[in-house]
Write a protein that binds this ligand. Structure first.
Ligand code: 3HC
Length: 295
């Protein structure tokens, strides 16, 4: 007689993904998922924003095609795997949802409450691409805290290898293992694990550095160009801190700095006045056409 012990049920492989927010990060994550062969739904707040998200993915794929990384036919196949919508209800059948909305706690809490109620599959995993908002709070409001965790990508997501995995106090071991497998096997990225504290590993080191460069520029130590050249030529960074701030988005850096300051009360995390003024003026970096540089 064979062994009649029931096998431990294993969660099915993740085949369908939902991405909430099709901005810089959301569109990049969508591209990564669709290029890995997954079916993707991107939810935006307005039709215009959904179309802008589609254009972002198309432009990035066109760049990849022009570099010979992907064929024209593959570009079409990738685009066919993605639906862009304003209907959050289309997330119902997803195996995994990645929330990549604005870095604001009120927005994310409202989304996690709604998405938690929408997801139909019991084993669906709900994640946030936040870099600074407590995962434990997002889990609690979703009503499925054991299947919620942080999965933090880096910009540009199609190029950057790293993904930070952030289980909260309430995330189950099975959810963490599932995301480890997904990130490495399905997406081909390299994970590191971090504790649920604002900034995780990378932004805890990067954000005070970027804010220090902004303070240095604000105080007139050196020109933006020379600050950046200093770090590129002197330290071998691929780009200087002000150009990188423009790439990430000045509103995003400001929001992360505020969350990190709220958590630790460390003055180095506090956004300098120049950053506040630039964000108020709509100078958000590359995405708005102007930041420390003009694009
Ligand atoms: N999509 C697909 N491929 C892209 C791409 C995109 N959007 N952008 C660049 N690439 C590819 C190019 O095809 C090229 O590949 P190849 O060398 O094999 O031909 C390679 O990436 C390099 O691109 P480029 O030659 O166009 O440009 P650069 O050499 O100037 O590199 C860069 C651009 C990859 C952005 C590089 O400057 C870099 O690594 N900068 C630092 C980025 C960084 O630090 N990101 C992390 C930000 S922090 C974050 O995201 C966390 C958040 O919470 C704030």
């Amino acid at each position: 007689m064979g062994d009649t012990t029931p096998a431990t049920p294993t969660a099915p492989e993740i085949a369908t993904v939902g991405v909430v927010g099709g901005g810089l990060m959301g569109s990049g994550i969508t591209e990564v998922a669709a290029r890995a062969g997954l079916d993707a739904v991107v939810v935006e707040v307005t039709q215009d924003a959904a179309e802008a998200a589609e254009k972002r993915v198309r432009d990035s794929l066109a760049k990849a095609e022009s570099r010979g990384k992907i064929t024209g036919q593959e570009v079409n196949e990738v685009m066919e795997r993605i639906r862009f919508t304003t209907d959050l209800g289309l997330l119902a059948d997803r195996d995994l949802v990645v929330e990549a909305a604005s870095e604001r706690e009120d927005i994310k809490l409202a989304l996690f409450e709604r998405i938690g109620a929408i997801l139909e599959k019991d084993d669906a995993v709900l994640t946030s691409n936040t870099s600074s908002i407590p995962i434990v709070k997002l889990g609690a409001i979703s009503g499925r805290a054991d299947r919620v965790m942080g999965v933090h990508f880096f910009n540009p997501a199609p190029v950057m290898q790293l993904v930070e995995l952030i289980p909260s106090l309430t995330t189950s071991e099975a959810t963490l293992e599932r995301m480890q497998t997904f990130v490495t096997k399905a997406l081909g990225k390299q994970p590191i694990e971090a504790t649920d504290r604002a900034g995780f590993v990378v932004n805890s080191l990067l954000v005070p550095y970027l804010l220090s460069a902004i303070r240095m520029y604000e105080a007139g130590y050196a020109s933006a160009k020379d600050i950046d050249r200093g770090m590129v030529l002197g330290c071998g960074h691929p780009m200087g801190p002000l150009a990188l701030s423009d790439l990430i988005g000045l509103d995003t850096i400001r929001a992360i700095g505020i969350s990190m300051y709220d958590e630790f009360k460390e003055p180095l995390y506090s956004p300098p006045p120049l950053l506040d003024r630039m964000v108020d003026a709509g100078l958000l970096g590359k995405k708005s056409g102007h930041g420390f540089y003009a694009y």
